[in-house]
Design a protein. Structure first.
Ligand code: SAM
Length: 203
């Protein structure tokens, strides 16, 4: 449970540079353009819940989970203020079962990229596939290594890191470069990866 300890420490110190006040524009754009209609969605590693709240307000049936209590308390408070109906759960998504699976869509922003080893990222991809319906989609926003060297900022993963982890369980619909953040405030470089659960295994 090293990742839980790491994030608990961050939240206890108030170090949470990934928090954002507006829903990530990449989420909104992909849902509009693919398109993905309101459906049953899970956001693992939801943090303070900004995107989960936006999804609920947009008509999605939303479950959101995090392994740390501190951001979940903030998320619940924000959802109450916004009158958004989100089921927030404190669970370790990598290791614990989630009661109301299956979901039509999984969305994560910066959760997949938090895993430092290929083995953990593969395990996460397997877990995501296991909670999706057949044909279910996974949209993941992942910090990109196509940035100059820097001391801080999101983890830097390569396109290959993503493909290696997910391809066994997912057909990649697209994998493209972009930026975290709101429409008018581009942040760090990321990968935007939309995947569909595999129903056959030739890879
Ligand atoms: C980089 S933060 C991103 C938070 C949020 N998605 C956002 O963009 O604001 C990653 C989140 O994943 C959570 N997390 C880490 N390991 C987890 C696990 N095993 N199960 C559920 N959540 C986890 C952390 O506590 C943290 O809130």
């Amino acid at each position: 449970m090293r990742i839980k300890k790491r994030f608990t420490g961050h939240y206890q110190k108030g170090f949470m540079p990934w928090t954002h006040e507006e829903a990530d524009h990449n989420l909104i754009e992909v849902l509009e353009s693919w398109p993905v209609k309101p459906c049953k969605v899970l956001e693992p590693g939801c943090g303070t819940g900004t995107d989960a709240i936006w999804l609920a307000k947009a008509g999605f049936d939303v479950t959101a989970c995090d392994v740390v209590e501190i951001p979940l308390n903030i998320a619940k408070e924000n959802a109450k203020k916004m009158k958004a109906d989100v089921q927030f759960l404190r669970i370790d998504f990598l290791n614990e079962n989630i009661e109301n699976a299956p979901f039509d869509l999984v969305f994560d922003r910066g959760y997949f990229h938090s895993y430092r080893t290929p083995g953990k990222r593969k395990k996460l991809a397997r877990r995501v596939a296991s909670v999706l319906t057949d044909d279910g989609l996974w949209l993941s926003l992942v910090g990109s290594c196509d940035s100059p060297p820097r001391q801080s900022g999101p983890p830097m993963r390569s396109a290959k890191n993503i493909v290696d982890a997910v391809e066994k369980h997912f057909e990649i619909q697209f994998l493209r470069a972009g930026f975290f953040g709101g429409r008018n405030k581009p942040g760090a470089r990321i990968w935007i990866c939309l995947m569909k659960k595999r129903t056959f295994h030739t890879c």
